[in-house]
Design a protein around this ligand. Structure first.
Ligand code: NAD
Ligand code: UDP
Length: 342
């Protein structure tokens, strides 16, 4: 297949590019490098010994997007492009609505114009808001607690309206839990620009000596050790989930049908912050100093998926556990203490 990947230079995008190239697909990346660097895609080329066609463009630029769709025969789009920092979205909501929602509207209009009707979209477990019970199933009610989450929810709703209007589309909405880890080569991984907001990159930076200690947000949650529980998923498993979604949607197309499929991509297993620290210490051989501080506003006690629907619908299941997640995150961080920057 010829697959257009928006945001393909980012953390999840690069890993998905590798999986797609290794599965024999042709890819075209559109990225404005607002949160990534071109070198990440050079690393993808190095890992796969294949070339990647890259357009530096903003997905909101309909002229450029239209030219890209005219220049290539595209079978499907995987849509990663968007901003993802929850805290920033609270401070600058307009920036998030403009980039995430408007960007998607432009993309959809250009896909429609070009007659490309297969789309895989990056959604998030954040759309479950404060789940009443665990594990979380796709049928649970959705809500948003911040503008970032609201953009994901809005896009999901837009896609649902879109499908209602034309049910020959094939749309896969993938709700990611907490992606961590890196490619086994240690060549690509998560490279935050600033102080990491997320747990795993923060721990990795402590291990490599860039930060002193972790602030554990909350030690009084109703969890076995009092710290927050999340469903961490290896980024390679997540990347493979996109291949499974594309294959599944291609089967739907072969049957002459359309589909709107929403699935969780998680492992189904939750780990606490303290368990993550311990696992990372074991993988890296480094001590991770920490102190328990107040809860971070907006955080929930626990969140983990029921991932059985993805297995049932697309034959996908995660292959890697916590040990690999920590080992691979550490391998990447050790080889690239400053991420992609020299
Ligand atoms: P990332 O920031 O590493 O990658 C996003 C990429 O999109 C970057 O390369 C950025 O430069 C590009 N981009 C942003 N806006 C653009 C625009 N208007 N036009 C063109 N390119 C643009 O993020 P990621 O972690 O790889 O996440 C990918 C997607 O998955 C995002 O939509 C994110 O919201 C979603 N997601 C991520 C997580 C996570 O924890 N990483 C969890 C759930 C969902
Ligand atoms: N966390 C923490 N210290 C940090 C970053 C995160 O204790 O510096 C905790 C956070 O409260 C949550 C878990 O680690 O319980 C995962 O947080 P992350 O930001 O990685 O993911 P999300 O909150 O989006 O699920």
């Amino acid at each position: 297949m010829n697959i257009l990947i928006t945001g393909g230079a980012g953390y999840i995008g690069t890993h998905t590019c590798v999986e797609l190239l290794e599965a024999g697909h042709e890819i075209i990346v559109v990225d404005n490098f607002s949160n990534s660097l071109p070198v990440a895609l050079e690393r993808v080329e190095k890992i796969t010994a294949k070339s990647v066609l890259v357009y530096e463009a903003d997905i909101s630029d309909s002229q450029k997007m239209s030219a890209i769709f005219s220049a290539h025969v595209i079978d499907a789009v995987i849509h990663f492009a968007g901003f993802k920092a929850v805290g920033e979205s609270v401070k600058e909501p307009l920036k998030y609505y403009a980039n995430n929602v408007n960007g998607t509207l432009v993309l959809l209009a250009e896909m429609q114009r070009a007659g490309v009707k297969t789309l895989v979209f990056s959604s998030s477990a954040t759309v479950y808001g404060l789940p009443e019970t665990l594990p979380i199933k796709e049928s649970f009610p959705t809500s948003a607690t911040n503008p970032y989450g609201r953009t994901k929810l809005m896009i999901e709703e837009i896609l649902s309206d879109f499908y209602l209007a034309d049910d020959s589309w094939r749309i896969g909405i993938l709700r990611y839990f907490n992606p961590v880890g890196a490619h086994k080569s240690g060549q690509i991984g998560e490279s935050p620009n600033d102080i990491p907001n997320n747990l795993m990159p923060f721990i990795s930076q402590i291990a490599v000596g860039k930060r002193d200690k972790l602030r554990v947000f909350g030690g009084d949650y109703p969890t076995p050790d009092g710290t927050g529980i999340r469903d961490y998923i290896h980024v390679i498993d997540l990347a493979k989930g996109h291949l499974s979604a594309l294959n599944h949607l291609a089967e739907t197309q072969q049957k002459g049908m359309g589909e709107l499929l929403t699935v969780n991509l998680g492992t189904g297993q939750g780990y606490s912050v303290l368990e993550m620290i311990k696992a990372f210490e074991k993988a890296s051989g480094k001590t991770i100093p920490f102190e328990i501080v107040a809860r971070r506003s907006g955080d929930i006690a626990a969140c983990y998926s029921d991932s059985s629907y993805a297995k049932q619908m697309m034959g996908w299941k995660p292959l890697y556990g916590l040990e690999d997640m920590c080992k691979d995150a550490w391998h990447w961080q050790k080889n690239n203490p400053n991420g992609y920057e020299k």
